[in-house]
Each structure stands twice: as structure tokens, then as C-alpha cells.
Ligand binder design. Structure first.
Ligand code: HEM
Length: 361
């Protein structure tokens, strides 16, 4: 079943599909810039605005996924606040991580499940129902759209994918395709504002490359070395999926490779020079060819934030496109700095499935 779903979803995630989806990405990233500009313009001239960017990154990535998945945005950027579906998701991840942990102890799980009040169960059903309704509305669109769902609709018409599977797949995808990208963006910007020299280097690269905002597109963004290096370093230090990816052992047992937590491996000093430090330069082409570089021996291939193999991330082209576009348009438009009393250490964040606390940028 997994291989079948993956095959049906695949055409919606190719580089060619991404080209068709690019105008949708620009629409939301431009709206993000516009909204932040409004925040800045409310402050006295030249003073700048104090903004917690973490929600804004989530607004943007959830709105983009809403459009690409269901043909309707979550309208977070429109209203400058979380859609209730996302707010409920974020408010329940801590409890969800306890439920997930309880699964290892059947008796604890049994008792915990008995304790869940009916109102909470109803809330959970309503949460799921909202996705079912979104899928239903998208299925009734008359317009052809170059989105992820279009291929799924064809498969459903041909009887290849039952509607229940589509609903649950898109329920998971909504989070997998949004919170992940937003978290890496938060990590990248947080490290940048705490390393003004790196922020300056990236700003210079972007502002020298583009004279007008119209020149910024997925093609022109692909080969900006420092931008790519910053994103790779953020994927290394701030991988959004921090736990070991679970796999079910088939009945009768099997031999399997041992899973490893990317957060731990990516910070292993035996793999990376100055492993705990944010140094995008380790990803610049010369670091891997110049034997005098301090990063020459870095095990760059150890960083696999999107995983590998038959279950690797299908949305990695899309994620890269969003990260490049969002970072570039923001740094092209604004000057960023950390708010002194709200400086945040990424390592100090607590994790309950997601990185939870928001950054004070
Ligand atoms: C920086 C952002 C992202 C990261 C780091 C990331 C990472 C991952 C990882 C590690 C997996 C493997 C999960 C497992 O094996 O259990 C995965 C799976 C997946 N991701 Fe992403 N992801 C990101 C963004 C996205 C986006 C934007 C989308 C699409 C909208 C997406 C769609 C998927 C899908 C469909 C799978 C399931 C693949 C399968 O099971 O065959 N991801 N992702």
C-alpha cells in the first residue's frame, strides 16, 4: 500500500511539477513580505519592529501546503494568525508525544486511553473531519490545478486509491509538509542573527545577485553557494525530525539496520570539525576539494535530513524551493538582528514531537 501511495503522489513532487507550482509559492512568500512590512511600518521610522518570526514561517508553509494539497490556503497570512486546525495541532503535540510513549507499555496505554474524556475524543474527530471536508471540496473543483492532489484525484477515479487512504495521507502530509520546513527556517534565521558575519555574507550574496525583486525565482536561486550552504548547515544543526524514524518489524522478525537520531549524529565531533558551531562555509564547494580546509574531512554525507531509500522525503524539492525563496525574499527586503533580551539557543529548545518554543527574533 505504501509503495502504491508513493507512486501516485510522485508526479506532484517532481521538479517539473514544482515549476508549475512556483507561482503559488511566490504568492504566499510575497504576502509574508507584505505582512512583515506592515508590522515594520507601524513602528516609528528607522526603529524596526520586534517580531517573533516562528509563527510567520509556519503561516507561510501551512498556507502553501493548504493551496498545493487542498486548493485552499489556511489563510494564516491573510488573517495574521494561526488557522484553528493548526492551533489545535500545535497545542496537542505535547499530549500526543506522551500517548506515543505510552504505546511501549500496553497497560499504561490502556489506562491512559480510558482517561481521555469524550470531549477530547470529539475534538480529535472534528480535527480529522476538517481534513476530510477539505479533501471533499478539492475533489469537487472543476478547475484543473497543477497541485499535489490533482494526481491523487485521477488515481481515485481509476479506483487505485480509496478515499479513506487519501484522507489520512493528507492529514499526515499537512503537518509533514509544513512544520518541518518552517522549523528549518526558524533554525537558519536564529543562527544567522546570532552570527552577524554569516548574516552579512548571505545578505551580500543575495543583494549583489538580484537588482530587482522580480529577478528572484527558483531558477536564479538554485546556484547561490552561500544560500545553499546556510540551508545545509541549518538542516545539519536543526533537523526538524529529531527522533529515530520508527519501523515495524514484520512477524517472524527481520534483520535491520540500526536507526540513528540525526540530531545526535549531525553534532558528532568525530564527523564534523567544530561540530556544534554554525559554520555554513563547511558546505562551500572548496571545503570538499581543498585538503587544507579545516572542513575537508567533514563527513558531509552523514547529514540526511530528508532520509534515504524507499521512504525518503518526497517533498524535498518543494522544501528546498520554499526555504530558498523565503530566506532570499526576506533578506533582500529587510535587515534582521536578534532582540538582545530574547536571544535563543537552539540547543535549549525542548522537543515534544516538534521543536516547541518559539524564537525571539
Ligand atoms: C525541511 C523540510 C523537510 C524535512 C527535513 C523532511 C524530512 C522528511 C523525512 C526524514 C522523511 C522520512 C520519514 C520516515 O521515513 O518515516 C520524510 C517523509 C516524507 N516527506 Fe518530508 N520533509 C520536509 C518537507 C516536506 C515537504 C514540504 C513535503 C511535501 C509537501 C514533504 C513530504 C513528505 C512525504 C510525502 C514523505 C513520506 C515519504 C514516504 O513515506 O514514502 N516533506 N520527510
Amino acid at each position: 500500500m505504501h509503495a502504491r501511495i508513493r507512486k501516485i503522489l510522485a508526479p506532484g513532487f517532481t521538479p517539473r511539477a514544482l515549476r508549475g507550482q512556483e507561482p503559488i509559492l511566490h504568492r504566499y512568500v510575497n504576502l509574508l513580505v507584505e505582512r512583515l512590512r506592515e508590522c515594520v511600518s507601524k513602528e516609528p521610522q528607522g526603529k524596526g519592529a520586534q517580531i517573533d518570526v516562528a509563527p510567520w514561517f509556519n503561516f507561510t508553509t501551512f498556507d502553501i501546503f493548504g493551496d498545493l494539497g487542498f486548493g485552499e490556503s489556511f489563510d494564516c497570512l491573510q488573517h495574521s494568525r494561526y488557522h484553528p486546525w493548526i492551533a489545535l495541532l500545535f497545542n496537542s503535540v505535547k499530549a500526543a508525544s506522551f500517548v506515543a510513549a505510552a504505546r511501549f507499555y500496553p497497560l499504561v496505554e490502556f489506562i491512559l486511553m480510558k482517561c481521555i474524556p469524550p470531549s477530547l475524543r470529539k475534538m480529535q474527530r472534528d480535527h480529522y473531519q476538517q481534513i476530510v471536508d477539505k479533501v471533499h471540496r478539492r475533489f469537487n473543483f472543476e478547475l484543473e490545478r497543477p497541485d499535489i492532489m490533482s494526481h491523487v484525484i485521477t488515481a481515485n477515479e481509476e479506483g487505485d486509491l480509496p478515499i479513506g487512504v487519501i484522507n489520512t495521507t493528507f492529514m499526515v502530509l499537512t503537518t509533514a509538509g509544513s512544520e518541518t520546513t518552517a522549523t528549518v527556517l526558524c533554525g537558519a534565521l536564529n543562527y544567522l542573527v546570532n552570527h552577524q558575519d554569516k548574516l552579512h555574507a548571505l545578505g551580500q550574496e543575495i543583494r549583489q545577485r538580484f537588482r530587482t525583486e522580480d529577478e528572484i525565482n527558483l531558477d536564479t536561486l538554485r546556484n547561490l553557494p552561500y544560500l545553499n550552504a546556510v540551508i545545509m548547515e541549518a538542516l545539519r544543526l536543526c533537523p526538524p525530525i529529531l527522533w529515530m524514524l520508527p519501523r515495524r518489524v514484520p512477524s517472524g522478525g527481520d534483520t535491520t539496520a540500526v536507526s540513528i537520531q540525526s540530531y545526535t549524529m549531525n553534532r558528532d565531533p568525530s564527523y564534523f570539525h567544530c561540530a556544534a558551531s554554525f559554520i555554513p562555509e563547511r558546505w562551500l564547494p572548496e571545503a570538499s576539494v581543498n585538503s587544507k580546509s579545516a572542513f575537508f574531512k567533514d563527513k558531509r554525507e552523514a547529514v540526511q535530513a530528508f532520509s534515504l531509500g524507499p521512504r525518503s522525503c518526497m517533498g524535498q524539492h518543494l522544501a528546498w524551493a520554499e526555504m530558498r525563496l523565503i530566506l532570499t525574499k526576506l533578506l533582500w527586503t529587510f535587515d534582521f538582528a536578534a532582540v538582545e533580551e530574547k536571544r535563543l539557543k537552539w540547543e535549549a529548545l525542548r522537543t515534544f514531537l516538534f521543536r516547541r518554543e518559539s524564537s525571539g527574533i
